[in-house]
Design a binder for this molecule. Sequence first.
Ligand SMILES: Cc1cc2nc3c(=O)[nH]c(=O)nc-3n(C[C@H](O)[C@H](O)[C@H](O)COP(=O)(O)O)c2cc1C
Length: 396
Amino acid sequence: MGVTGSIAAYKAADLVSALVQRGAEVRVIMTKSAREMVGVATFRALSGHEVGTELFGNVEFDIAHVSMAQFAEAMVVAPATANVIGKMVAGIADDLLTTNLLAVECPVVVAPAMNKRMWANATVQANVATLKERGVIVVAPGEGFLACGEVGAGRLADKEALLAAIRFALRHGELAGRANPLAGKKVVITAGPTREHLDPVRFLSNPSSGAMGYELAMEAAARGAVVTLVHGPSELSAPACVEEVAVTTAAEMAEAVFAKVAEADVFIGAAAVADYSPAETQAEKAHKKNEPVEIALEPTVDIIAEVRRRRPGMIVVGFAAETQDVEFSARGKMARKGLDMIVANKVGGGEGFGPGQTTVTILVGRDRAMTVGPAYKDEVASAIIDAVEGLVAGRE
Ligand SMILES: Cc1cc2nc3c(=O)[nH]c(=O)nc-3n(C[C@H](O)[C@H](O)[C@H](O)COP(=O)(O)O)c2cc1C
C-alpha cells in the first residue's frame, strides 16, 4: 500500500487496520509528503512491519526499489495525490513508491483524493483516464466536505468502497491467465431487499443484506464479465468496475432490470424482491389508532418470470430461499419459471441472511444438483459463477 501526501493520508491508517483485521499481509510505503501528514510509527504499528520510505538505505528489504513489487498480490495507492497520478502516467520513478509502481505485475488500485478543483483539472482527468485505459482500478473520489473547506468531488472514497476494490483486484489477479468463458459477456444481477412504502416513513421489507448479489457481481466482474448490479437499499459497496443501479421498490427494480436485460447474456436474480406491495401508499404519515388495521396488498411483478418471457434464449438464474422442503420447492420454481439454474438455500433461524456462512444447493437443468457449503458467500459466489460459466460454454 502506498500512502501519498494528501490530507486524507490519516484515513489510510484505518484502511491498513481493516486489511490486517481481514487477514491481509500489508506492507506500507509512504512518500516524503505523506510523512509530513502522518507519522511512520502509526503504519509500522498497524501493519506490524517496517514502513518503506527510502529508495536508498532501506534496511528491511535487499533491493528496496522493487522488492515490494515482488511481494505484492495487489498494490494500492490510497490516498493518491494528483502528483503521484501524474508520475504514474509519465513513468517517473524518483522515490520508493513510484519505482515499485513501475515494477509491479499485480493489479493496481488507485484511490485519488484532492481538492475539487484539482480533481476537475483537465490534466488530472486525462491522467486518470489514461490509468484506467492501462488497466489500473481507479476508485473514484466521493462528494462531500473537503478539508480545504469546500464541498465537492475529491474526498477519498469510503473504506467499504476501497475494500471492495482491493478484494476485486486480488480476485482478478488470482484469475489472471485462466480461460474465462464469461469475458465480455453482459451479466445483469439483482441484489438486496426492496422497500414497499405504506407511508413516507414506513415500509414492508426483509433482512436481505445484498451480500450474495454483491459477491456474484464481484466474481463475475473479476472473470471479465460486463456487470450491471441492480440493487435495493444495502450498506455494501460494489467494485468500481461494476455498473450500479440503485432502486428502492420492486416496481423500480423491475423497470431497471427490464431495461438492462434487453442486451444481456445472463440474468441472475439474487434480490429478495417483495412479493406484495401496499395497494395504496399514503402521501402523509399515518397516525396511530388504537384499533386493528388492515392493509390491502397487491402482488408485485414477477421479475424473473418476466425476464424469461421477454428473453426466451437468455441464461436465467434464480434463487429460492425457503424455510422447508428446500430442494423440492426450488425444483418447482425452476420448472414454473423456465429457469436454466436455481440456487436453493434454507433461511430462517439465523441462516441465509447477512455475512455468515451459508449452504446452498445449485440445481442445473432437470437432474444436476451440487451442494456447496457451509461456506462464506464469496466461495459460494465462485461456485455459482462456475456453474454459470458451464452454461455459457455449453451454448457456444
Ligand atoms: C496540507 C496539504 C494538504 C494537501 N492535500 C493534498 C491532497 O489532498 N491531494 C493532493 O493531490 N495533493 C495534496 N497536497 C499537495 C501534495 O502534498 C503535493 O503535491 C506533494 O508534492 C505530493 O507528493 P507525493 O505525491 O509524493 O506524496 C497537499 C499539500 C498540503 C501542504
